[in-house]
Design a protein around this ligand. Structure first.
Ligand code: TXA
Ligand code: MG
Length: 370
């Protein structure tokens, strides 16, 4: 007989006034209590500027094992260690190449994760058996206050059940992990909305293993040359070893099957509309994640959308706004009775590359180019 232990999850709002610094928060009872729970081996979900993370003491194997259990995450998918201070690198990644130092100065705190050679203090449970370790310093006052108060590097994947869209609000975390974590710190909706850029810094030329909040263009400004791992755009059929284990798993997936349509308006809008009408005629309940420009197109053209389930992701000309909305949109569609989902693609410029990577994964690599 399997005995499942339920945790009593406490949801704690952290009142971060607009512009509050982490120093303002570090002595609040919520942060102090969450830090204590982390040091004692518990699980604390917390906001970062990208998505909510599910944290545990990253140097404590048993605590880290609890993360994998709570998420249902495969053991070979390594975790990111979060730190509040670059000094903490000495302990977890003693050999930091000069280019990584420059990147840290340019982008930390912020949505950049660097993969570096692992120091002996980091257990293999955290790195999924790898001799490298992923590290980032998040740019969120609640995260920095928590990390600083805990005084240990905090391993934290996104705080969702494995395979589900990442959480950008505390309510998303509660929906997936209530009963499985000790504390959820509520810091409001996250600002970036897609995860950090994962950059392999162990070779002569850094390689983007996962596009994210720091764009390829921004990295190129500092480094000159940056490579993009072929799995980022090609999906799982690409030959060769998967360098970021997370890339091989189905991700960000809504419950209903989804298809991503890529192209430029007006053809893009025409094709999305035609497919929605065709699926509806076949008796499907259609869900759509679309831009506000698509809504305007439907209004102009008098398209009957009354039977469609629609989530809006902002303006397709503003990739940052879209990035901040896609996971909420996917979860919104999950809350409907949609049986088929259509996702509108945007440009891959800037953070659009991360958006399109996530949408393509949400669609299980079903992509139509128009
Ligand atoms: O924005 C983020 O990065 C969020 C917040 C909470 O910080 N975290 C996050 O973690 O997205 P997670 O576990 O959902 O994704 C981490 C990714 C996975 O694709 C994993 O395979 C990769 O980073 N990764 C971690 N350690 C690695 C390593 N040593 N080598 C290569 N890839 C690694
Ligand atoms: Mg994740």
């Amino acid at each position: 007989m399997e005995i499942k232990t339920q945790k009593k999850t406490r949801l704690m709002p952290v009142a971060a006034a607009e512009g509050a610094s982490w120093e303002d928060l570090v002595n609040t009872p919520e942060i102090q209590e969450a830090a204590r729970v982390l040091r004692e081996g518990g699980l604390v979900a917390f906001p970062t500027e990208t998505v909510y993370g599910l944290g545990a003491n990253g140097l404590d194997s048993a605590a880290v094992a609890g993360i994998f259990a709570a998420k249902g995450r495969p053991a070979d998918n390594p975790l990111i260690l979060h730190i509040a201070d670059a000094e903490a690198l000495v302990q977890i990644a003693p050999e930091v190449p000069p280019l990584a130092r420059r990147l840290g100065q340019a982008f930390w705190p912020g949505p950049l994760t660097m993969v570096l050679p692992k120091g002996p203090a980091v257990p293999y449970v955290t790195t999924g058996g790898l001799d490298t370790v992923a590290v980032r310093m998040p740019a969120h006052p609640v995260a920095l206050a928590l990390l600083s108060a805990a005084g240990v590097p905090v391993a934290a994947p996104s705080a969702n059940i494995s395979g589900r869209p990442s959480p950008t609000e505390a309510a998303h975390v509660a929906a997936d992990l209530a009963g499985k974590v000790d504390i959820i710190l509520d810091g409001g909706p996250t600002s970036v909305g897609v995860e950090s850029t994962v950059l392999d810094c162990t070779g002569p030329v850094p390689v983007i293993l996962r596009p994210g909040g720091v764009s390829k263009e921004a990295l190129e400004e500092i480094l000159g040359e940056v490579k993009l791992d072929p799995h980022v755009q090609g999906g799982n059929e690409v030959e060769g070893p998967v360098r970021s284990p997370g890339m091989k798993y189905r991700h960000y997936a809504p419950k209903a099957p989804a298809v991503l349509i890529r192209g430029e308006p007006p053809e893009l809008f025409q094709q999305v509309t035609a497919l929605a009408q065709k699926l509806e005629a076949q008796g499907e309940t259609v869900g759509l994640l679309v831009s506000k420009e698509m809504l305007e197109y439907w209004r102009r053209e008098g398209v009957d959308q009354s039977r469609w389930q629609i989530a809006v992701m902002g303006s397709r000309t503003d990739a940052a706004e879209v990035a901040a909305s896609i996971y909420r949109g996917l979860r919104e569609l999950d809350g409907t009775n949609a049986t088929q989902i259509i996702l509108e693609g945007i440009s891959t410029a800037g953070v659009g590359l991360a958006v399109m990577n996530r949408l393509q994964k949400a669609a299980g690599n079903r992509v139509i180019d128009v």
